[in-house]
Design a protein around this ligand. Structure first.
Ligand code: OMP
Length: 272
């Protein structure tokens, strides 16, 4: 999917919500546990319920890999279901990969060719030759971790005076096919968004950390929105676990709709 198409979807649906598909067997509604594939049954219902209010879905690989082969099958079924039934939704494999070049190429082929995701999250720590294999894929997007939402971001990314995240952004802009790059910036890091927008005014940002992690959607929009909107804001637990009962889909839809209507008002208020 092109980012121009994604922007068109955002403007048409007045939402830039990404629903995080992080299914945890301990948190799934009990009545689903008797299904042959509880994870897929849960995802399918959440996808159908929240698709009208969102433009993207982001399965995080950890929640599938922890289940071994069964989890991989649930992931394959989930991306297959999305690509068949919701081809206008942007898909993100949240895998946080990155390795020496020939290994990264295998990761890229897994997520872009085999599973046909639109994008994958990638860690920048190993540098240029670990990221460029992902950037080679036309029409696919590499979402580089820039400034993450967690407390540990202070350990390396936010070192006083010499912020590593700024260096990551500056350097990565020079890599081959950098136009296929997007960046992760946590919603808990809005104090740095202005500076980030100076470095990458036109890039799309994936912003996790609203909902369960407490980031401010309003501040994300105030400091992060650009003329193409340029934002995908993810919430996982805050949407998918609104209820642990039989009404889980309705409750997830209600929450997604609430976020969508806030987003619609921020689009009016902050879109330059
Ligand atoms: P909730 O806190 O439940 O909304 O989930 C956030 C999701 O975004 C999880 O899948 C995280 O792994 C992911 N995430 C972060 O929370 N912080 C980051 O800095 C980066 C990510 C990510 O790359 O998506």
């Amino acid at each position: 999917m092109t980012l121009a198409f994604l922007t068109g979807q955002i403007l048409a649906k007045k939402t830039f919500l990404c629903v995080g598909l992080d299914p945890d067997l301990d948190k799934l509604p009990k009545h689903l546990l008797t299904e042959s594939d509880p994870v897929f049954a849960f995802n399918k219902t959440i996808i159908d319920a929240t698709a009208p209010y969102s433009v993207a879905f982001k399965p995080n690989l950890a929640f599938y890999e922890v289940l071994g082969t069964k989890g991989w099958v649930s992931l394959e079924k989930t991306i297959g279901y999305l690509n068949t039934n919701y081809p206008n939704h942007f898909t993100i494999a949240d895998a946080k990969r990155g390795d020496i070049g020939n290994t990264s190429r295998m990761y890229a082929k897994t997520f872009f060719d085999l599973l046909d995701f639109d994008s994958v999250t990638v860690a920048p720590y190993m540098g240029k030759d670990s990221v460029e294999p992902f950037l080679e894929f036309e029409g696919k997007h590499t979402i580089l971790l820039a400034l993450t939402s967690n407390d540990g971001a202070r350990d390396f990314q936010l070192d006083k005076g010499d912020n590593l995240f700024e260096k990551v952004i500056e350097t990565s802009k020079k890599w081959k096919n950098a136009e296929n790059m997007m960046y992760v910036v946590g919603a808990t890091q809005t104090a740095h968004l202005k500076k980030i927008r100076k470095l990458i005014p036109d890039s799309f940002l994936l912003i996790p950390g609203v909902g369960a992690q407490g980031g401010s959607l309003e501040d994300v929009c105030r400091f992060g929105m650009n003329k193409n909107i340029g934002l995908l804001v993810n919430s996982s637990r805050g949407i998918i676990y609104q209820s642990g009962g039989k009404d889980f889909a309705g409750k997830a839809a209600e929450e997604a709709q609430k976020i969508q209507s806030e987003m619609a008002s921020y689009l009016e208020k902050f879109c330059p």
